[in-house]
Write a protein that binds this ligand. Structure first.
Ligand SMILES: [Zn+2]
Length: 193
């Protein structure tokens, strides 16, 4: 399905000498998107396009704005550190606990397994969604899916992992997440639109 593009709307660039263009795009499926193009060479040197996805009343929205490149680079570096830390912890926990985790649920009914994973329905998924997931893949696949952040918390809770190293790593990731969030909202505040 092809995207249809609107006539570009012209806006002043951050330095005020040139322009940037915003082009609305939509397709037959009712999807909307925007393309932002910087047409000022001085601003193209200095600024990058910052975008942030968020939810408003169940609708997924995107905020866009021009932000200095060093801020975008720093934000990206923080994001990479965060994702690397999550992946590293997930890999370590997978090799250490994978078989214990699968064995833990071995003789339990699917409903008992769901109940333990969700603390009796306090968290995602609902029982019917859980059954669907198990039917669509397999119980082992669903269980292995817990070795991804933030579900690692569930593995730690269910297996009663005491090892302080894992808890320390989780706290570190939590702090990195906060740092990334703070930097992101700062970039949004500074963004030129
Ligand atoms: Zn400019």
């Amino acid at each position: 399905m092809s995207w249809e593009e609107s006539a570009p709307s012209k806006r002043n660039c951050p330095c005020g000498i040139g322009l940037y263009l915003v082009i609305d795009r939509s397709d037959d499926w009712g999807r909307h998107d925007e393309r932002w193009e910087m047409h000022c060479s001085a601003c193209r040197e200095e600024y990058g396009l910052f975008s942030q996805h968020y939810n408003r009343k169940g609708m997924s929205c995107t905020f866009r704005g021009w932000v200095r490149k060093e801020i975008i680079d720093d934000l990206h570096a923080t994001f990479v550190r965060l994702e690397t830390a999550k992946k590293k912890l997930a890999d370590r926990m997978y090799s250490r606990f994978r078989s214990v985790w699968i064995d833990h649920f071995h003789r339990k009914t699917k409903k008992a397994t769901w109940s333990e994973l969700t603390e009796n329905g306090k968290r995602y998924p609902s029982l019917s969604t859980f059954y669907t997931h198990v039917r669509e893949s397999s119980l082992d696949d669903v269980l292995e899916g817990y070795f991804r952040y933030p579900s690692l918390q569930t593995v730690i809770r269910v297996l009663k992992v005491r090892d302080s190293d894992f808890h320390a790593k989780l706290a570190e990731i939590g702090a990195l997440e906060k740092e990334h969030e703070t930097k992101e909202s700062r970039a949004r505040q500074l963004a030129f639109v």
